[in-house]
Design a protein around this ligand. Structure first.
Ligand SMILES: Nc1ncnc2c1ncn2[C@@H]1O[C@H](COP(=O)(O)OP(=O)(O)OP(=O)(O)O)[C@@H](O)[C@H]1O
Ligand SMILES: C[C@H](N)[C@H](N)CCCCCC(=O)O
Ligand SMILES: [Mg+2]
Length: 231
């Protein structure tokens, strides 16, 4: 099957999906001409250039090699930093997959490869019936799981991998992100997931002190099938 992109999920919110997504975009751009990031639903906006913007969308744009209209790379932007279904309710809206899928289809005409970052973890609600997992299934993309390395991540990672596969998608790989500089037995935790996740480890991201990590310098190993014509 031709590689057209991936869906990035995480063991939780705040585990480094955006950082890893940016690193993946930089890596993919070494193999594909037009690479773009998408945040289909962003909850929590910050002031920017006289308006309001989703920080994740800004970070993905900075790591993308093509520029697309904001309504395509971030079609749903909700002001409050909450679960999307609650942020939508507060904004007097009801979320629907259709506009997100439509934006993705249009965005795909402008790029060779698209990376879609979820919001929070796999089963985060979008509305009363659907979750981010339903969006990932509708997109049909291979999934990259970002594991925020901290105590508790083994359970979260294994449950998430199980859910991804039960939902019929491929776990293409996972990235270990060091969100806790003092994590005990970090390497043993990584080894535990290596043995049990049943998908390739694409990279280990070290913890970096503020002002924070630079996605450009993160080394990731893409799956073979994702390395396109420029490799
Ligand atoms: N390896 C790291 N070293 C230091 N700080 C990190 C690291 N990874 C992530 N962070 C920081 O942790 C915070 C959360 O990361 P990030 O925004 O990428 O999470 P996320 O999973 O994308 O969250 P969301 O669900 O909101 O999209 C950010 O401030 C980020 O800079
Ligand atoms: C606001 C935050 N940064 C994310 N955009 C959304 C996280 C939703 C998490 C919901 C949950 O699992 O409880
Ligand atoms: Mg993010």
């Amino acid at each position: 099957m031709v590689f057209e992109g991936c869906f990035v999920t995480g063991t939780d919110t705040g585990v480094g999906k955006t950082l890893v997504s940016a690193a993946l975009l930089h890596t993919l751009a070494r193999h594909h001409a037009r690479v773009v990031g998408m945040k289909p639903v962003a909850a929590g906006l910050v002031p920017h250039a006289g308006g309001w913007v989703a920080e994740d969308a800004l970070a993905l744009r900075a790591a993308s090699s093509v520029r697309v209209p904001p309504e395509l790379d971030c079609p749903v932007a909700l002001p409050d930093p909450l679960s999307p279904h609650l942020a939508a309710r507060r904004a007097g809206r009801l979320l629907d997959l259709a506009p997100m899928l439509d934006a993705y289809r249009q965005l795909r005409t402008l790029a060779d490869v698209a990376l879609v970052e979820g919001a929070g973890g796999w089963r985060v609600p979008l509305n009363d019936r659907q979750t981010l997992a339903d969006l990932a299934v509708a997109l049909g993309l291979p999934v990259v799981l970002v594991v925020g390395l901290r105590l508790g991540c083994l359970n979260h990672a294994l449950l998430t991998a199980e859910a991804i596969r039960r939902d019929g998608l491929t776990l293409a790989g996972w990235v270990a992100n060091s969100v806790d500089p003092d994590m005990a037995c970090r390497d043993e935790n990584i080894d535990t997931l290596r043995e049990r996740l049943g998908a390739p480890l694409l990279g280990v991201v070290p913890w970096q002190a503020p002002p924070g990590p630079d996605a450009r310098h993160i080394a990731l190993q893409l799956p073979q099938a994702w390395q396109g014509p420029q490799s």
